[in-house]
Design a protein. Structure first.
Length: 429
């Protein structure tokens, strides 16, 4: 009776282990309590759908296929994030179960050969089976895969394929050996070896992914620190310019006063239209409603005009935005710097900056005049500067910030202008 019950509930319990592990690793779009209730109900649904097939066919690989399909559907419906992480984990977890099962099947076969069939041996087998699955689940929970958009697509696809490929090949070799009528002791050693290979390959993939992401984050931090240093230098430069302009204003006042006294009105008009107009344009101060954007735009527009680049702005923002200041700095400075660098190569540089809040998104659109189709010549937007390791991080930082705020990043060419559109989701608005 006990053996029949254990055999009947094996599929449900094993799948429930998978559900709990999947939820612990990647969360669920439910509250803390209800997420496990959803996992339990999904496991019951799996059991009710699969059991008729189990009774009729009794095929272990059919059972594994059902697990893959049901777990994948659950992940798509109830979990967020990069789907590749969860699919790779599900496949590896299933092959881990298969390896544990084949190893224990060999052990219990030897036991039954010497001691004969008894319910006690079968019960011990199931206890060991579930214990090993439990420890395997703990291993996976402690080492979740986290492929992200920060990792180039070809890299994460290759890393995702490695553990799956190893798991499939080792299981296939295991089935060939099983049909070769070799000694059970040899097969037991081989099964344990296969299980170790699967888990080791998974861990290696986890380690490489974690190291790669840490390296990118470290580069981003270093880049941001460098930008903060530049930010401080620019602030110091602004203070010096203010002192200089203060001195120049006095000189301008005395010069204008002398022109008025001597009634040189034509010379005065020319001076007002040229010299003073240029100075006021260079000293333009922005008042967008947001102090940080005001400061950054004042700096960057002044820098662009020093290089004789025309800048048009259309900015309207609330005083507070639910976006970190360092993210705003990194994003806006990189976008505007790229536009300024590109405009330096044009005979008549022209930049249009448009920033606003639309519904639940912060929208930043920057257009710079371009005599060439950038997207045809450089589809990947790779840096053309000599020091590529240091200068190629700008686009990575932009994309990582966009990904962080569940945003959108688009580039296009419109009427001889290279257009960059960034939209960041405002969570607390």
């Amino acid at each position: 009776m006990i053996v029949k019950f254990l055999s009947l509930t094996e599929g449900f319990i094993t799948f429930l282990f998978l559900m709990i592990t999947l939820i612990k690793m990647y969360g669920c779009e439910k509250t803390f309590k209800s997420r496990y209730i959803v996992g339990l109900l999904w496991s019951l649904l799996f059991f009710l759908v699969f059991e008729p097939f189990e009774i009729r066919y009794g095929n272990f690989y059919l059972y594994l296929s059902f697990m893959l399909v049901f777990a994948s559907i659950f992940s798509i419906l109830f979990q967020k994030g990069f789907l590749a992480n969860r699919i790779v984990f599900i496949i590896i977890y299933i092959y881990t179960i298969a390896s544990i099962k084949s190893t224990l099947a060999t052990i219990i076969g030897v036991q039954l050969l010497y001691s004969g069939y008894n319910s006690y041996t079968i019960a011990i087998h199931y206890i060991i089976f579930y214990s090993l699955i439990f420890f395997a689940s703990i291993f996976f929970i402690m080492h979740p895969l986290h492929f992200t958009n920060q990792i180039p697509k070809r890299h994460w696809m290759l890393m995702a394929q490695c553990p799956i490929f190893v798991a499939v090949i080792t299981q296939y070799c295991s089935s060939l050996v099983l049909g070769a009528n070799i000694l059970r002791q040899v097969f037991l050693i081989l099964s344990c070896f296969i299980l170790c290979i699967i888990l080791s390959t998974y861990y290696l993939t986890y380690f490489m992914t974690k190291t790669y992401v840490q390296m990118i984050n470290t580069n981003n931090i270093n880049h941001r620190l460098q930008m903060q240093l530049e930010y401080m230098k620019r602030s110091s430069s602004i203070i010096k310019n203010i002192r200089k302009e203060k001195h120049e204003i006095k000189n301008n006042y005395f010069y204008i006063q002398s022109l008025v006294k001597n009634r040189k009105y034509e010379q005065l008009e020319h001076y007002l239209d040229t010299e003073l107009a240029y100075r006021f344009n260079a000293m333009e101060e922005f008042q967008t409603g947001n102090k940080l954007f005001d400061f950054l735009l004042t700096q960057k527009v002044s820098e662009a005009r020093e290089h004789k680049i025309n800048v048009m702005t259309n900015v309207l923002l609330p005083s507070d935005l639910p976006i970190k200041d360092d993210d705003i700095c990194a994003l806006l400075l990189n976008l505007v710097d790229n536009a300024i660098d590109a405009s330096k190569n044009e005979e008549q540089g022209d930049i249009h900056i448009s920033i606003s809040v639309i519904k639940n998104y912060l929208q930043i659109q920057i257009k710079n005049k371009s005599s060439i189709d950038v997207l045809k010549i450089n589809k990947q937007l790779k840096t053309t500067k000599k020091n590529k390791e240091n200068h190629g991080l700008g686009l990575q930082i932009i994309r990582s910030i966009v990904h962080k705020y569940n945003g959108i990043f688009k580039t296009s060419m419109k009427s001889n202008y290279f257009v960059v559109l960034v939209m960041l989701q405002l969570q607390n608005q």
